[in-house]
Design a protein around this ligand. Structure first.
Ligand code: ZN
Length: 299
């Protein structure tokens, strides 16, 4: 299960939040049949959504949704996360892939292409806070840092990493936000920038040192002090679909269409968020037709 770490560093110069999402991203890969680069793209977005949810939410029910509309082969990307640690998401073309970059890395920026990042937050009063920024690089971490600065006035560094083995499974995934607090001394900021420059990549650190070890490495020389080790928080892929919601979606079809589906042996409803398949037998479809008829007569 994924974990969370919060803390302070640089003698009060930085607020730090990190999450480990390996299992959640692997579940997303498996459920959607994502290519290696698509796994990295959705994995980074799911991790970024989780970071924003833990960073910005004030009440347990709030959720953060990231939507990316890119012109690249991946098509759109949607990732959602809540403070309860549940994440879910999907992409337009899960099978789409691009060659490795010149540095031998999964080329997420190229798979996504130029476009726009939209961040939506459900607030406690039921309102939706919605803001968009153009993609800076399509690499997502940089784009989220840009969003945090422009829309939330939070100067920060964002690190996101997904490491996928050539055979498929996700070896390590996670991310970290280092928020620069007002009055942070120049030397501390310079040290952080220096550390970030030499970093081998967050997923490599995560795999080698674990979550707290990775955070300590990023903040080397800046006295990281954990304040919360996320006991009780489990970051995991979890959808909110169920059989009843799937059945409800069939009610949009007219009796004629439902009858046709029944004659063809039944219907399948696929949840786009998680890929779960719900099958409905001809008998269940006929029951829906009867329901609709009853409602029409009573209504
Ligand atoms: Zn679902």
């Amino acid at each position: 299960m994924g974990r969370l770490v919060r803390g302070l560093a640089g003698d009060g110069a930085f607020r730090v939040l990190a999450v480990e999402t390996t299992d959640a991203v692997e579940e997303a890969r498996r459920r959607h049949g994502l290519s290696p680069t698509a796994t990295a793209a959705l994995g980074r977005a799911l991790t970024g959504a989780a970071l924003l949810a833990f960073l910005l939410s004030k009440t347990p029910r709030e959720r953060v949704t990231l939507k990316i509309e890119g012109e690249g082969p991946l098509g759109h990307l949607v990732a959602e996360a809540g403070v309860d640690g549940r994440v879910r998401g999907y992409v337009g073309h899960p099978e789409a892939d691009v060659p490795l970059s010149e540095k031998g890395k999964l080329d997420v920026g190229r798979l996504i292409g130029p476009g726009e990042l939209r961040v939506m937050r459900s607030l406690p009063n039921g309102e939706i806070y919605d803001s968009s920024v153009p993609l800076v690089s399509g690499e997502i971490a940089e784009d989220l840092a840009h969003h945090l600065l422009k829309s939330e006035q939070i100067p920060s560094a964002v690190l996101l990493g997904v490491r996928v083995s050539p055979e498929g499974p996700v070896e390590a995934a996670g991310g970290m936000v280092v928020q620069v607090l007002p009055g942070a001394p120049e030397e501390a900021i310079a040290r952080l920038e220096e550390n970030l420059k030499d970093l081998p990549g967050f997923s490599a650190l995560l795999k080698e040192k674990g979550l707290t070890g990775a955070v300590r490495e990023v903040l080397k020389g800046l006295d990281f002090e954990p304040t919360d080790l996320g006991e009780g928080v489990q970051v995991r892929f979890a959808c909110r679909c169920d059989r009843e919601k799937a059945r409800d979606s069939l009610r949009f079809f007219g009796p004629e269409e439902l009858r046709e589906m029944a004659e063809e042996g039944g219907a399948e409803v696929v949840c786009r968020w998680c890929g779960e398949v719900y099958r409905f037998s001809p008998e269940e479809l006929r029951a829906l037709i009867a329901d609709a008829g009853r409602e029409a007569r009573e209504g």
